[in-house]
Design a protein around this ligand. Sequence first.
Ligand code: AKB
Length: 314
Amino acid sequence: MKRILVIGATGQIGTELVPALRKLYGNDNVVAGYHSKPPTGKLTEGPIEQVDVLSRESVEKAIKKYDINEVYHMAAILSAAGEKNPQHAWRVNMDGLYIVLELAREYGFRIFWPSSIAAFGPSSPKVNTPQVTIMDPTTMYGITKYAGELLTRYYAYKFNVDVRGVRYPGIISSEALPGGGTTDYAVEIFYYALEGKKYRCYLREDTMLPMMYMPDAVKAAIQLMNADRSKLTIMSGYNVAAFSFTPKQLELEIKKYIPDFKVEYAPDFRQKIADSWPKSLDDSVARSEWGWSPDWSFEAMVKDMLGKLAYRLG
Ligand code: AKB
């Protein structure tokens, strides 16, 4: 039986991952681990626990209390926020991961840990970026993701820790807002469109980035955790792709439903970050090793986001 702890349960992905895991494995078997933002709504339908990922004692206490055998370690400082306080980003992203890996070595639980397209950099090929290629991330977030991929692989080979993960593209979600990322515009823009407000986009209109709708992001994590380990050659850091678009393409797609929506483009420091990332990913290794394929297209995602948010915003 699975006994799961999700660290970062109140973040963008955790908010939807916890209910999906509870549906599969039962409310009582999935603990929502949070730090500063207490869970509300659906997240309170099962156990919740405050977990400070920078404290070994705090994580260990939760592991022991709930007899955890699987951890989804989703807590991280994202790219744009990381550039404002790189020291803090290193601590949360690397020290936190190290604590979780060390405890996994001791207690034998399995780990899902997400990497990101931010692990790539200016010298990585931009189009159809391969699974194995040049990695030269320029943000502190990207550096922690690439270093984390190396560290998790080390723990897998050296200590036989079962740790797995994907390189997430920008994630679009209707439940929780992302915080501090470079791809956040692709969520924020929907709120402005529905509230009849003009959106000021901090990226150039032609900035193509790989993106994914939340149901596919959740599916990727759960599917990879249930894959046959003997078939996995990468462990953590599988490229997973769904679709790519530019801010202008998103504006035009939203305009099909809200014709008078207006967007102004005013690139800021995040442009340079976006320019260092891939435009699209080659995810053929994930497809062949554990059967990955996305369910959602760009057009279907936009329609669904508008419907869900219109309902929520009333
Ligand atoms: C960010 O923009 O920092 C994240 C990511 C692509 O990992 N959404």
